[in-house]
Design a protein around this ligand. Structure first.
Ligand code: NAD
Ligand code: DAU
Length: 376
């Protein structure tokens, strides 16, 4: 069946993996990658699919209501997978207004345009879907009441051997929202607007909340690509606070597979948590990265440990995130495909093998790509 799907934020990290998956898996679909190309958008992330007949790129700001409404009509859009956002917590602490504009007003603008267009059709909301991608950060922070880590009462394929949980509690779909950073406050607000459009107008919406993603094409302001690049160039590794904060890591392609499954088979008005039961203290993860990069580069073990530099903590730094994704696993049969050891090895190798991509991003040259490719 032909579908006309807009994926917002498709030039970003997770969005580019979702676009690639959909373009390759569904040749019968019309996939429109809608992205403003902020500093975080990089069309070089999609070089391998840009010539496919079922792919189109549209440069647009999600806050531009008129243009998006027109696009909905012209392309007869029946599905929206919404990833476009300002995504970096540190930036939100310095510039909260941009986060409110894009994440809240941008999401609202898409919702309202979709509402007006879909309600104008004879079949109205039938066969339509507005799928909003959100984060586990909306739930706030969990307690670290087992600082040494305990064996969790579950096993999943994603759990590393000897995997630990650093507290008894997890984020469930029923966990009360309690965002702390301007980023998560803006994402929480956008989640509420999405649910309000279902509850008020009957729009077929879905929300998913995912844990920290890692893998290829992530902008090197985020912990994993930043540190891999710094280790390679023997630059300091700025560890916030004591490095004791815990994050729950999921390989980005596993998130993209979950998005595909939920877009097609998820229940309208439901929320699904996505995560791999894969908690790591930052400092332990950093040591794994150091070990892996040193091994691949042929450095002696421990060579780069001296780069670790403890710096002032992030303001309001959330102690621990840990997602319970049992609902998704039980109801839709999703499982993460990679053990963390494999995922981190693949990721380190990708960044080391794609130094040109990294150099283009760190030099700012990637921003010329759009001008060359799309403006002739
Ligand atoms: P990213 O920063 O890598 O990419 C964001 C993309 O959105 C970029 O291509 C950017 O150009 C685009 N964009 C930003 N503002 C826009 C606007 N006003 N109009 C149109 N496009 C705009 O982000 P990411 O890490 O890929 O995250 C994607 C989504 O997933 C976000 O909604 C984020 O909240 C959510 N999420 C991320 C993670 C993670 O670990 N990265 C985890 C859970 C959820
Ligand atoms: O949990 C999902 C969230 O994960 C997403 O919603 C966000 O979009 C995404 O950016 C990510 O947020 P984090 O703040 O957890 O990711 P970040 O890579 O910025 O930081 C990971 C951890 O590492 C966090 O505890 C802060 C710490 N850190 C980060 C950087 C960049 C450092 O110690 N030093 C650093 O230089």
């Amino acid at each position: 069946m032909r579908r006309n799907i807009v994926i917002t934020g498709g030039a970003g990290f997770i969005g580019s993996h979702v676009v690639r998956l959909f373009v390759n898996k569904y040749p019968e679909y019309n996939i429109i990658n809608l992205d403003k190309l902020t500093y975080a958008g990089n069309l070089a992330n999609l070089k391998d699919v840009e010539d496919k007949p079922n792919y189109k790129f549209v440069r647009m700001d999600i806050c531009d209501f008129e243009s998006f409404y027109q696009l909905m009509q012209e392309e007869k859009v029946d599905g929206i997978i919404h990833l476009a956002a300002e995504s970096h917590v540190d930036r939100s602490i310095k510039d909260p207004f941009t986060f409110a504009r894009t994440n809240v007003m941008g999401t609202l603008s898409l919702l309202q345009a979709a509402k007006l267009y879909w309600e104008s059709l004879p079949e109205k909301y039938e066969g339509k879907r507005f799928y909003h991608i959100s984060t586990d950060e909306v739930y706030g922070a969990l307690k670290m009441n087992h600082p040494e880590g305990i064996e969790p009462p579950f096993k999943t394929v994603a759990s590393s051997e000897g995997h630990k949980a650093y507290g008894d509690d997890f984020f469930y779909e029923t966990t009360k929202y309690n965002p702390h950073s301007p980023y998560s406050a803006a994402k929480a607000s956008s989640d509420h607007f999405v649910r309000a459009y279902h509850d008020t107008y009957g729009m077929p919406t879905i929300v998913t909340n995912c844990s920290n993603n890692y893998g290829p094409y992530q902008f090197p302001e985020k912990l994993i690509p930043l540190f891999i690049n710094n280790i390679r160039h023997r630059k300091p590794l700025p560890v916030y606070g004591k490095g004791e904060n815990v994050r729950d890591w999921l390989y980005v392609e596993d998130h993209a597979r979950a998005i595909d499954l939920i877009f097609h088979e998820g229940k309208v008005a439901e929320t699904y948590n996505i995560g791999g039961f894969n908690e790591w203290k930052n400092i332990d993860l950093i040591k794994v990265m150091i070990k892996t990069v040193d091994r691949i580069l042929g450095n002696p073990e421990g060579h780069s440990l001296d780069l670790i530099t403890y710096v002032t903590d992030r303001l309001g730094h959330d102690a621990r995130y840990a997602i319970d994704s049992s609902k998704l696993q039980k109801e839709l049969g999703w499982e993460p495909s990679l053990q963390f050891e494999e995922g981190i090895e693949k990721t380190v190798r990708w960044y080391l093998d794609n130094q040109e991509w990294m150099d283009n991003v760190t030099s700012g040259d990637y921003q010329k790509y759009y001008e060359e490719m799309y403006k002739g």
